[in-house]
Design a binder for this molecule. Structure first.
Ligand SMILES: *[C@@H]1O[C@H](CO)[C@@H](O)[C@H](O)[C@H]1NC(C)=O
Ligand SMILES: *[C@@H]1O[C@H](CO)[C@@H](O)[C@H](O)[C@H]1NC(C)=O
Ligand SMILES: *[C@@H]1O[C@H](CO)[C@@H](O)[C@H](O)[C@H]1NC(C)=O
Ligand SMILES: *[C@@H]1O[C@H](CO)[C@@H](O)[C@H](O)[C@H]1NC(C)=O
Ligand SMILES: *[C@@H]1O[C@H](CO)[C@@H](O)[C@H](O)[C@H]1NC(C)=O
Ligand SMILES: *[C@@H]1O[C@H](CO)[C@@H](O)[C@H](O)[C@H]1NC(C)=O
Ligand SMILES: *[C@@H]1O[C@H](CO)[C@@H](O)[C@H](O)[C@H]1NC(C)=O
Ligand SMILES: *[C@@H]1O[C@H](CO)[C@@H](O)[C@H](O)[C@H]1NC(C)=O
Length: 555
């Protein structure tokens, strides 16, 4: 069956997407950057002086039940018009004129799944598109996962039973929002490459992390739906030209949990991939992600024996992972499980993503550097080529490059600024936004176990809301020109906040912005040409920038 699938995929691969336009430097074709370093480049023509003159340019009110958890993206069409692409829980996608806020096209691609039977508290009536799409600028096409349903598909009861919900992978042209030939793809019922028993059941999982595109492959992470039901965390990797679907589960193999009862809590082993919506990260080749709680391999469970980072694990949870895709499917390459994972049940790695830092600044003679965050109020500095395994550090502790204790839990990841010496920013709940300085700016630093690669450089005066009211730091600059860096964060109460990226005397200095009324949870602003776009606490899309005088009627 799968061979037939592959044969047909190859047969039709002649129908390649046509190369059309290239991207403008000020576009935002994905959530932040591929590396999830949180530095989004220097071509947005925004510096602290410009930001301090920002005004409200326009805002859009959507339909009452519509929520935009997916971040807007920015793209320049071949006509040179810069547009914004949005996708909502109602499965409505839109293109919007970035200058005026005028809605150009609007389309409901499929009905969203009514989630009442999920008995789970999520603040939208229906579930549709949740994960942030990704744009291939060269094709003028956006890709995204759509949750919908087929009435009576697996069980009687119409649309409502979770077993009748399904996922599709859509590709739409940004000029007009029409479907790309041979799309959408049906994802349901695809077995996992590493466990044929584990069938994709769209109603039991949620596509939350932003999509990652590397070459022809789009990667998506799936976790549980409010952690209910029988589910298994999964990565779906789709070649957009051959339409070949690879699927890998975090809990695979004979020893992993499987059940014939779909309602059973963690029945498939769980190990979801959610990252508070942050995207999977890449160095351009391999993919880095974190896995939430779930079953765990017997060689690490209740054992204090060290396990090296390259030892294959069938059953993974509360871990940071490096994977890659070859002809045999997705392969685990490297992992890190904190030595104290059992003492913080429910507060492990999994809420935060992984950031691959710019290796031309944050490097050592021995390591490329990544950072992951956690709900256990820690930030781990990792060697990206040897994530640490389990208890391989001194005296059975973590073999990470540095563990930084924070003042609160972190949802989502960090931001970074690869200029003026190098900084990273973390935004814990019930604490302040904090900046850490890179201590090894020389070209040949040596890493050793007692090294403090990063040290605290400054904090914001304001304290964040508790826990999940925080957003993920995102950094802009004028190509690293000293003094031009800005770190942006959202806050469910205070809206959009901006600070000068380089702290002064231990303080992050705030830049005054027009008030935005709150923000979506785990939010992140998106940048265009001289403008910033953000989803506010009432799920409106708000544009700030210099000058301009238009507002757009609610619709
Ligand atoms: C439980 O979930 C797995 C995927 O993790 C799936 O293969 C299996 O069919 C599910 N069982 C039921 C009864 O839904
Ligand atoms: C670890 O092993 C214990 C005892 O064998 C078992 O009860 C527990 O469920 C396991 N933990 C996980 C996370 O799989
Ligand atoms: C794919 O990667 C795995 C693990 O690294 C390796 O064992 C396998 O030989 C590779 N397969 C191919 C076809 O390259
Ligand atoms: C490592 O970082 C330093 C600055 O911290 C930079 O000067 C050097 O070029 C970098 N090395 C590499 C190999 O990128
Ligand atoms: C490791 O444990 C030994 C014995 O408890 C202790 O003497 C030593 O200081 C520890 N080393 C480190 C680096 O913590
Ligand atoms: C928030 O932090 C303060 C200390 O700064 C602490 O007293 C308080 O208990 C924390 N609140 C919550 C809800 O964790
Ligand atoms: C203000 O609006 C008018 C009418 O829509 C337009 O012609 C003008 O260019 C706008 N000015 C700015 C600064 O955007
Ligand atoms: C949104 O736009 C309306 C006009 O459509 C305007 O009255 C309102 O002040 C704007 N709200 C914000 C927060 O900018």
């Amino acid at each position: 069956m799968r061979d037939l699938h592959r044969f047909l995929a190859l047969l039709f691969s002649a129908c390649h997407l046509a190369y059309q336009v290239s991207s403008a430097a000020s576009d935002s074709p994905r959530d932040a950057d591929i590396a999830q370093s949180g530095y989004v480049g220097g071509d947005h023509s925004i510096d602290p002086e410009a930001a301090s003159r920002f005004q409200h340019l326009w805002n859009i009110t959507f339909k009452p039940d519509e929520k935009h958890y997916a971040r807007p993206l920015v793209h320049t069409l071949s006509s040179s018009k810069q547009i914004i692409f949005t996708a909502s829980t109602e499965n409505i996608v839109r293109t919007i004129d970035a200058s005026t806020g005028e809605i150009l096209y609007e389309r409901q691609v499929a009905p969203p799944w009514p989630m009442a039977e999920a008995s789970c508290e999520m603040t939208s009536k229906n579930i549709g598109i949740i994960g942030t799409p990704v744009i291939y600028p060269e094709y003028d096409v956006a890709f995204f996962f759509v949750k919908s349903y087929i009435e009576d598909f697996r069980v009687p009861g119409g649309a409502a039973p979770p077993l009748n919900a399904v996922y599709y992978f859509y590709a739409v042209y940004l000029d007009g929002l029409g479907d790309v030939y041979k799309y959408p793809l049906f994802i349901d019922d695809v077995p996992a490459d590493n466990d044929l028993r584990k069938i994709f059941l769209g109603g039991l999982v949620l596509q939350r992390p932003s999509l990652l595109a590397i070459g022809d492959v789009v990667y998506a992470g799936f976790g549980g739906l409010c952690d209910a039901f029988n589910y298994t965390g999964t990565v779906v990797a789709i070649n957009i030209n051959t339409r070949w679907i690879n699927r890998w589960v975090t809990q695979g193999g004979a020893g992993s949990a499987w059940t014939s009862d779909w309602t059973k809590w963690h029945g498939g082993g769980a190990g979801g991939i959610w990252q508070s919506g942050m995207g999977l990260a890449s160095d351009g080749q391999d993919v880095y992600l974190s896995i939430d709680k779930g079953g765990i391999s017997t060689d690490v469970n209740a054992s204090s024996t060290p396990v090296s980072s390259k030892t294959h694990q069938d059953i993974l949870s509360r871990s940071v992972l490096r994977i890659n895709l070859n002809d045999s499917g997705v392969q685990m390459q490297d992992f890190f499980l904190p030595f104290d994972y059992q003492s913080n049940f429910g507060k492990g790695i999994g809420s935060g993503g992984v950031s691959v830092l710019d290796p031309s600044v944050f490097n050592s003679s021995t390591a490329r550097i990544g950072i992951t965050t956690s709900r256990n109020s820690k930030m781990y500095v990792l060697n990206l080529d040897d994530l640490g395994g389990y208890r391989t550090g001194v005296n059975g502790t973590d073999a990470v490059l540095q563990t930084i204790d924070l003042q609160g839990e972190v949802f989502g990841g960090i931001g970074s600024y690869p200029f003026e010496g190098g900084y990273v920013y973390v935004n814990p709940g019930n604490a302040s936004l904090a900046a850490y300085y890179w201590n090894f700016p020389s070209s040949t630093p040596q890493l050793h176990s007692s090294a403090s690669l990063f040290s605290i450089a400054g904090t914001s005066p304001a304290t964040n809301p508790h826990r999940d009211g925080v957003g993920i730091p995102t950094v802009t600059s004028n190509n690293g020109e000293p003094g031009s860096g800005i770190v942006w964060v959202t806050d469910v109460d205070k809206g959009l906040l901006a600070y000068k990226a380089v702290p002064v005397d231990g303080a992050l200095l705030q830049i005054g912005l027009p008030k935005v009324e709150g923000a979506v949870r785990f939010g992140r602003p998106v940048f265009g040409d001289g403008k910033v776009y953000v989803v506010d606490g009432k799920y409106r899309l708000v544009a700030l920038g210099v000058g301009g005088n238009g507002t757009v009627a609610a619709r």
